[in-house]
Structure formats: C-alpha cells, structure tokens
Design a protein. Structure first.
Ligand SMILES: [Zn+2]
Length: 479
C-alpha cells in the first residue's frame, strides 16, 4: 500500500468489492469502505420494512446489559434503543481504555475529542456525518475518523441489523473495533506505518480484549455469556474480505480466519498482545487466486474429485508426520458410502472414522449441504478431523474424551496449515480457511470423538483448530 494514500477513515465493515472514493469536507479524497454489500440482505430488508423486529432487539439488549447509559452525549442520536445500546457500549469501552491504556502504553487515556455521532442513513435529510459528504455514503457502516477524533455509526442499516441477527454483543464488537482505531491513533499506529490488514487485525484484537473483559464481568453496564460469543464471531465472519482478496491489497481487512484469529488473540491474551501485532510477526492466510481454473471453480472442487485427492494427500501428510515421530502405519481408506456410517451408532455424523473400515463419507447426509452451502473445505475439515481420529486410533491414543476431541481438531488444523505452505500439487484455495471457520462455528462434527463427545463452543473449536494451523502436528501432541 502506498502510505500516501492510507485511508483516513478506519472502518471494519468493508463491503464486498464495494469500495467507493468520496471527498471529505476539506476536499481531500478519502476512501470510505462501505459495509452494505457485506450485509446486503440486511440492508435490503431494513429498507424494505423500516426497522428490524423491536422485540428481538429489546430482548438481546436486555440479555446483554445490566443497565443502560443516557445517550445524551451522542451527537445526532434519537434516544432510541439502538442508540442507548451503542452509547452504553462505547461508555464501557472508554472505561476499559481508561483502565488499560496506561498499562499498555504508559500514558493516560484521552477521551475522543470529537465524541460519538449517530446517523440515520435512512433519512434523506440527515446532516453529513464527520469526514464525509453525505449520510447516504456511510449506509451500513461504522467508522473512526482520526481527523476529527470521532466514532460514527449508522443506526438505521448497520447496528439494528447486527443486533437482530447476531445479538447486542455484535454491536458492541463493531464499536469496540472502531474504538480500537482511536487507540491506534493515540499510540501513533497508522496506515502509513502498517498495511491496512495489520491495522484491522489489531482493531479486531482490541475488540476481543474488550469483550473478554465484559465476559469476565468487569464492565459496568455490559454482560456477555459464553453462548453469545459464537454469534458475535459469526457477525465478524460476515465482514470478511471477498474471497480472492490478496493480503497485500491496500483495502484488505482480512479473511474470516484472519479476523477471527485476531479477535481470539485479544480475547485470550489481552490488549498488550494486540499492541504488539506488526506486519513482521503476523501471518495472514488470505490469498489471491493463483490459477484461472481455480478462480473459475470459485476455489471449490466437486465432492467426487475432492475425496480421492484429499484422501491421498492426508495419507501423505500423516505418513510423513508419523515417520518423523518414528511410527509406521497404514493410511486408512476413504470411501463414499450410500447410507449413514454405522460404526459406533453414527455418533460422528455423516463422515466417520470406523475402526477396521476407514473413513466413511455419506454424501447425502449433511455433507452435500456443507459442501454446497459452506464450500469444499467445509467438507475438507470434516474429512481431515475424521482422518485424524484414524491417526489417533492407529497410534494407540485415546479416541474418546476431551483429549481426543482437542486432538482431532488440532490435527485437522495442522494438516490445513501444511496446505498453506506449498508442498505438493494439492493446496488450499482462497476462501478455504474461511470455510473452515464457518464449519467450525456452525457445526460440532469436526470436534466429535469416536463416541460423539464434543468440545462445546464454536470459538473453542476455532481456537483449537488454529493451534494446529500455527503450530503443526507437534502442537497437537504428535510428531
Ligand atoms: Zn477497522
């Protein structure tokens, strides 16, 4: 990215292939990254029926707060439920940074000079928000503008859609991300010094650190239950870059895996860890397409092609890992079957490792839905984790219980990580890691042990899978 053109507006909510150049009041070109395309259905449905269901929004706000703050300090607000939620969220985020900014950066926290602005983008007469020419330009968006040190949100087409679909913590996550950009501005971390994708990963990480503080019960007004974290991450996945965006792209915010990874780092390790993220110490998995054939297929192989190719590759990978560990084995066969795998009472779902038989794949049972709905690597993760169960079995390790549940996810991640580093002719396509995150957040099959026991929460499944991606089979107790 040419540092001279680093966007002065930092927004997490970049649209799918929908960046628009607009002019700010000073006449300088700035890039507003609109989220409406990413939330296209949401924007459309909001426009179509004025507002999301009030009771769903009211319920999620009630579940996620112990009290609400007076939104009187929000400029342009309407005193409605969404602005009350947003005001409450930013009040707690500021309290977090008053406490943690001095610890991390050795300076006192400075409140936002420009404060907070709520915009009704559905109102054609709405005043132009800070740093843009018109309210319509920020439809579906929230952003931080350093020129005015202000956080702005769309209360018509972004926050209520998030609250209704994913719950109030998704609104908090977005605003905590934007406040993360205010933190960066104070700390001198700018787009001129780091690529956009690093700036965005750090802001996602700060949002994770804040939400962990909320989950721990430290916030004055907000609450977060473990069950609310998965939908919040699903909201973050919605804002992934379009498949095929290169991680060096000037507007890249990160794929689902990159963004969820950054959030989980903050959630696990806190704000000081986020502050240390740089282009030199962070690996991003987002890739551009490298072959025309792959682009044409959208990075997806049909199931009949995927199964034999991946079976061969899994065999090669784990044979190598076990050879390094001084263990020989016979790779299990992978076969499509025309009925639910019967071993162990079908406890593993439509893809199962059956001792003595190998990995059995029943395409009609769920696999077809995941393959079509999530993508080929949704199926790939199911296959890799069942194959990993075969590895545990072959090496005399437990195939049931918490250790097995962690190991199958971790080994599926280790195998996936090996695909990111060119080895053989079988590699991941752009979007495959996003598909892994989607299947891990949406389904517990990849975590099941031989008896159907699972790691319960999606975010834990993603975190365990990621340990393998980053650390390889050694991080999973193998090799
Ligand atoms: Zn951002």
């Amino acid at each position: 990215m040419d540092s001279d053109h680093s966007p002065p507006i930092n927004s997490a909510w970049a649209g799918v292939a929908h960046n628009e150049r607009v002019g700010n009041r000073a006449g300088t070109a700035i890039t507003a990254m609109l989220a409406c395309a990413a939330l296209a259905a949401g924007c459309a449905s909001v426009a179509g029926r004025a507002a999301p269901s009030g009771s769903i929004v009211a319920d999620t706000i009630r579940e996620s707060t112990v009290s609400l703050v007076d939104p009187g300090f929000v400029r342009g607000g309407d005193d409605g439920a969404i602005d009350r939620l947003a005001a409450t969220a930013v009040a707690d985020v500021e309290a977090f940074w008053r406490r943690h900014y001095p610890e991390v950066f050795g300076q006192p926290w400075r409140e936002l000079a420009g404060g907070f602005v709520s915009v009704d983008t559905a109102d054609p007469r709405a005043e132009a928000p800070p740093c843009t020419d018109s309210a319509a330009l920020i439809t579906g968006n929230a952003y931080y503008c350093p020129a005015e040190d202000v956080v702005v949100w769309d209360r018509a087409a972004l926050l209520p859609v998030l609250a209704e679909r994913y719950g109030a913590p998704a609104v908090t996550m977005v605003l905590a991300h934007e406040m993360g950009h205010a933190v960066q501005h104070r700390a001198g971390v700018t787009g001129a010094r780091q690529p956009t994708i690093v700036i965005e990963a750090m802001a996602d990480c700060y949002a994770g650190a804040f939400l962990r503080w909320v989950a721990d019960g430290s916030a004055e007004h907000l609450r977060l239950s473990p069950a609310q974290l998965d939908p919040t991450l699903r909201a973050l996945v919605t804002f992934r870059d379009p498949v095929g965006t290169d991680d060096r792209d000037a507007g890249a915010h990160g794929g689902a895996f990159d963004r969820v990874s950054a959030f989980l780092d903050g959630y696990a390790a806190g704000a000081a860890t986020c502050a240390r993220i740089t282009a030199d110490n962070r690996e991003f998995t987002q890739r551009a397409f490298t072959s025309a054939d792959d682009l044409e297929r959208g990075g997806n192989l049909p199931l009949p092609e995927l199964l034999p190719a991946m079976a061969r590759d899994l065999g090669d990978y784990f044979t190598e890992v076990l050879r390094d560990a001084g263990t020989g084995w016979s790779p299990p066969p992978v076969e499509a079957v025309d009925a639910a795998p019967g071993c162990l009472a079908g406890a593993q779902g439509a893809v199962a490792f059956c001792p003595g038989e190998g990995v059995r794949v029943w395409p009609e049972g769920m696999v077809a839905d995941i393959h079509a709905g999530v993508g080929d690597y949704g199926t790939g993760v199911l296959l890799a984790s069942r194959y990993a169960l075969g590895v545990l079995h072959a090496t005399g390790r437990p195939v049931a219980g918490p250790d097995a549940q962690r190991a199958v996810l971790c080994l599926a991640g280790a195998y996936t990580g090996s695909l990111l580093r060119p080895r053989r002719d079988f590699t991941v396509s752009p979007g495959d890691l996003d598909e892994a995150v989607q299947v891990l957040l949406g389904y517990d099959y990849p975590a099941r042990d031989a008896h159907g026991g699972v790691i319960g929460a999606g975010f834990e499944r993603v975190a365990t899978f990621r340990e393998g991606v980053l650390g390889g089979a050694g991080a999973c107790g193998l090799g």
